[in-house]
Design a protein around this ligand. Structure first.
Ligand code: GDP
Ligand code: IMO
Ligand code: MG
Length: 424
């Protein structure tokens, strides 16, 4: 059966590590949305890899990785990732990597616009500055440049001219900046097209044909449910559907091709960037968990905000993603704690919220209702069987299962590939 991995919090749940493990049992791994705002860290042996656009399954040369049409691609960043992986000994041919002809291209003006928009806002989003929002805006506004356009000089010329006509007015008249030179961008992006050509194809046809041939597919989500443009803490979100709805639109695989959904969560919660975070720690605990969990963004290096596990949030994520299995990542980070809390509801102005509220005011000001659990105060890093986990760790996990009404299949107890418990 095909399967999908989706983040059920605010990203950085450890999806990269999980994909690396699960990709062993599939033929093809496909990214369906987002861009190089994502940062997925995988540790194999003594080697660390950070992926931004390419699925971490690329570490297995006999497997195929696909970047679907729903992804926005910064060709410079993609080629840097390809070159870096080549340098590290991976083959990186078109047998290993396929790129959708329909994916949209992040242009230089998108990155500048991303940063300018942030600088003008009083309620900043804290974007990664990678041009993701403006690129998706152009896609929906029918101004976008697609990967296939980089292969056709005439089409690229017409589209880029139209874009610069509009964008240069904005940069010069609104922001008082210099205009963009058509010639240099045109030349640069045609050159990217020449380098990317071997990888480009109709990935929707490729995937559907693979399904017909009974090949197994793993769908890789970037970001997380509460960064989803529709279901997240809008406007403090990214610009794509990171939830399961994004899979069909972002790959061309119909719903029955998705199979099983695994929701990835940390044993606690983190968020990078601005926006409401009901279970956020006070500064001392925040520092403690950040240093234990090395909670710094893999893309921007920003410190991640940390907090207790929020079952209100994750229950909502399980529902809208149709998750039938849960992967609890970074359990080891809680190893030393005396007491561990779980939020089971929120309270605001005398009202109790058991379901995730979409009102920003409630999310920003509500008090979480916590239940406290005794910690296990033992290292879990060397444990590979569920029964061997300390009793209090099992109680914590089983309480999460009860609150979320979904089975925990994977428990990650360290950053390395083998530091995982798979429940039968
Ligand atoms: P992603 O964006 O969901 O792929 O997650 P990131 O890679 O951005 O962040 C997760 C971080 O936690 C990475 O640095 C991983 O190496 C690390 N990690 C993953 N699983 C575990 C775990 O079980 N324990 C610990 N201590 N670290 C982990
Ligand atoms: P992975 O795949 C965590 C956050 C940014 C910001 C908001 C919007 O590694 O889990 P954007 O640049 O997308 O317009 O920024 O989304 N963000 C992430 N946070 N993990 C990510 O990806 C993220 N990608 C974007 O910090 O708050
Ligand atoms: Mg990440």
């Amino acid at each position: 059966m095909n399967l999908a991995v989706v983040g059920a919090q605010w990203g950085d749940e450890g999806k990269g590590k999980l994909i690396d493990i699960l990709s062993e049992a599939v033929d093809i791994t496909v990214r369906y949305q987002g861009g190089n705002n994502a940062g997925h860290t995988v540790i194999v042996g003594d080697k660390e890899y950070i992926f931004h656009l390419i699925p971490s399954a690329i570490l297995r040369p006999s497997k195929i990785c696909v970047i679907g049409n729903g992804v926005v691609i910064d060709p410079k960043a993609l080629l840097e990732e390809v070159d870096e992986l080549k340098k590290r000994g991976l083959p990186m041919g078109h047998q290993q990597l396929k790129i959708s002809a329909n994916a949209h291209v992040v242009m230089p003006y998108h990155k500048v616009m991303d940063q300018l928009r942030e600088s003008k806002r009083s309620n900043k989003i804290g974007t990664t500055g990678r041009g993701i929002g403006p690129c998706y805006s152009d896609k929906v506004g029918r101004m976008g440049i697609r990967i296939i356009d980089l292969l056709n000089p005439q089409v690229l010329k017409a589209k880029l001219s139209d874009n610069l006509n509009e964008k240069n007015d904005i940069f010069v008249k609104v922001y008082g900046l210099r205009d963009y030179d058509f010639g240099s961008i045109y030349k640069e992006y045609l050159a990217y097209g020449r380098r990317l050509r071997p990888y480009i194809c109709d990935t929707a046809l490729f995937l559907n044909d693979a399904i017909k041939r009974k090949k197994k597919i793993l769908f890789e989500g970037a970001q997380g449910t509460f960064l989803d443009i529709d279901f997240g803490t809008y406007p403090y979100v990214t610009s794509s559907n990171s939830t399961m709805g994004g899979v069909c639109a972002g790959t061309g695989v119909p719903p029955m091709g998705i199979g099983k959904v695994v929701a990835a969560v940390k044993a606690y919660t983190t968020r990078v960037g601005e926006g409401p975070f009901p279970t956020e720690f006070e500064p001392k605990m925040d520092d403690l968990i950040r240093s234990k969990g090395h909670e710094f963004g893999a893309t921007t290096g920003r410190p991640r905000r940390c907090g207790w596990f929020d079952s209100v949030l994750v229950r909502y994520a399980v529902t809208i993603n149709g998750a039938s299995e849960l992967a609890i990542m970074k359990l080891d980070v809680l190893d030393d704690l005396k007491e561990i809390k779980i939020a089971t509801a929120y309270k605001y102005k005398g009202k109790t919220y058991k379901d995730y509220p979409h009102d920003l005011e409630v999310l920003a000001k509500a008090q979480p209702v916590y239940e406290a659990h005794p910690g296990w105060q033992k290292s879990t890093r060397g444990i590979r069987r569920y029964a061997k986990l300390p009793q209090n760790a099992r109680r914590y996990l089983e309480r999460l299962e009860g609150l979320l009404n979904v089975r925990i299949k994977y428990i990650s107890v360290g950053s390395k590939r083998d530091e995982i418990i798979v429940r039968s």
